[in-house]
Design a protein around this ligand. Sequence first.
Ligand code: NAD
Ligand code: TYD
Length: 339
Amino acid sequence: MEIKNILITGGAGFIGSNFINYILSNRNDAFVVNLDKLTYAGNLENLKSVEQKKNYQFVKGDITNYELVDYLFKKYSINYVINFAAESHVDRSILGSEIFYRTNVIGTNVLLEAAKRYCVKKFVQISTDEVYGSLGPEGLFTEHTPLSPNSPYSSSKASADLMALSFHHTYGLPVVITRCSNNYGPFQFPEKLIPLMIINSLNNKTLPVYGDGLNVRDWIYVTDHNKAVELVLEKGRVGEVYNIGASREMKNIEIVKLILSKLNKPIELIEYVKDRPGHDRRYAIDSTKIQNELGWKPGFEFEEAIGKTIDWYLSNKNWWERIINGSYKDYYNLQYGKN
Ligand code: NAD
Ligand code: TYD
């Protein structure tokens, strides 16, 4: 299938930039317009390998900006949308929720309305497994698990999902939703568990483990997520939801210890800190549907991919040092400045 003019939002963030790098190095039928506000989490350094390409255009702007979004759909004859843009960090949503609802809900609404006006061929809404809430020790999230989001972040994402599905039901807009588990890999902003623990270890700072450290997340390498998104864009059935996950459940403390051991750092760097309010206990994804319907399966083993990820942070010290001394400085020093 030819995918011509794609609007990718949030393409300067972690997953979006990996997606753009991946798609532009794997196929030349796509023309990509990347609309990104460049919040603290957006970084054009992530896109150095594509910035000169003729089939790539960056636009700095906000998805809540109706006029700009309308102009871009018209100017570039947009026929596909992948909406990665979001405020994405649970802890920040607990500190202040307003921007989460503005970007993740209102912004998605602006994009859906434009997609309706310009009759796009497909609109992929990038959602998260966190919309399902928290699991007990057993069971997996399927696409039929009721939505039960617990944080301002996850409730904003669930709201966007419901809105997107309603646009399909009411207007026939060709919407597909993906719900992926926790990603890791290159270019992940160092507020999230894995890059934060790698960078703090390298800086000999303490590793703040929330609560008892026994919360479970289901980890997927970002490239595997992006291959799934490409398949959904091409072949996903409209009006459907697809879960994406690599069946790699890990307790947080296991990840932290693994990182310390790979970096030869002492276990004493671990510091158990006050738990996150409303902290979801366990996420785990059943991805049978996308495997059976679209033929997707994860390509990376956790052991290999976490090693690649650690190596990436070791060889890209400039990338993260610029972040922790720049857009992230105040937040980082507030949290970890004491040691
Ligand atoms: P990120 O925070 O690294 O990047 C988000 C990007 O969106 C940034 O480049 C930012 O500048 C941009 N952005 C924010 N507000 C914007 C706005 N109003 N207008 C335009 N651009 C804006 O996030 P990420 O980890 O790459 O996540 C991308 C998407 O994937 C999000 O929708 C998130 O909910 C979803 N997701 C993430 C994970 C994960 O583990 N990181 C897992 C499942 C789903
Ligand atoms: P995070 O990377 O923020 O992703 P999410 O909350 O969206 O799953 O956190 C992953 C897990 O790691 C989560 O259970 C919270 C925990 N965590 C810590 O224990 N310490 C930290 O400093 C951070 C950022 C997260």
